[in-house]
Ligand binder design. Structure first.
Ligand code: IPE
Ligand code: MG
Length: 216
């Protein structure tokens, strides 16, 4: 979800308003994802590198995350959305962590759509954390299955499609292990302008791709 800052600048509003507009776009996209039968949706909300932003902006984002959880969880729960968080949650404020754990508990049995929220997430950090979590390396080496089991979301299916907004064409540390065979889709729209219809366009485009996974 990239482009909140540029959206704010182009509308002559504070950065915080850009993030809030981004949150509104997310709500619409999550709803449509459920409607069109997406089973797993992962959104990159806050990266391990985002702490380097000005303190005001980081504080505002943390407040926004808490507000969003408080406001949206009841509705998401009622719609059958299971909420999961991936990332280094130990570095988050205790109050936010408590909300995260509460949201996961409350929605844990839902099956309509699994919404993974990457929060304080970094793909390289996830790989390093997985390596540290592997208690020991068996003599015949680590298998893909064993490694996957040590990731933040062991049951998170590999993304079939990765969408990046705002015209940037890079992965920026997102699901590095899991995206090995993902189709990449780039939209020039800034995230707050990305609509549910844009999601459908991206999914339809995905339907035209031929995936061979290195085969013929
Ligand atoms: C993405 O939008 C939102 C977060 C990283 C939380 P940006 O804030 O990165 O927007 P730009 O790149 O400055 O436009
Ligand atoms: Mg950005």
């Amino acid at each position: 979800m990239d482009g909140n800052g540029r959206w704010a600048r182009s509308h002559n509003v504070p950065i915080a308003a850009g993030h809030r507009a981004g949150a509104r776009a997310l709500k619409e996209v999550v709803r449509r994802a459920g409607d069109i039968g997406v089973s797993d949706l992962t959104v990159f909300s806050f990266s391990t590198e985002n702490w380097n932003r000005p303190k005001d902006e980081v504080d505002d984002l943390m407040t926004l995350f808490s507000e969003m959880i408080d406001r949206e969880v009841p509705e998401l729960d009622a719609e059958g959305v299971q909420m999961r968080f991936i990332g280094r949650r130990d570095d988050l404020a205790p109050a936010l962590r408590a909300r995260i754990e509460d949201a996961e508990r409350r929605t844990g049995e839902n099956t309509r759509l699994r919404l993974f929220i990457a929060m304080n997430y970094g793909g390289r950090q996830e790989i390093l954390d997985a390596v540290s979590r592997l208690a020991s390396v068996p003599e015949d080496g680590v298998t893909e299955d064993a490694f996957r089991a040590a990731l933040y979301g062991p049951d998170l299916i590999d993304p079939e499609l990765v969408i990046r907004t705002s015209g940037e064409q890079r992965l920026s540390n997102f699901l590095l292990w899991q995206s090995a065979y993902a189709e990449l889709y780039f939209s020039d729209k800034l995230w707050p302008d990305f609509t549910a219809d844009d999601l459908e366009l991206a999914v339809a485009h995905y339907g035209t791709r031929e995936r061979r996974f290195g085969g013929r």
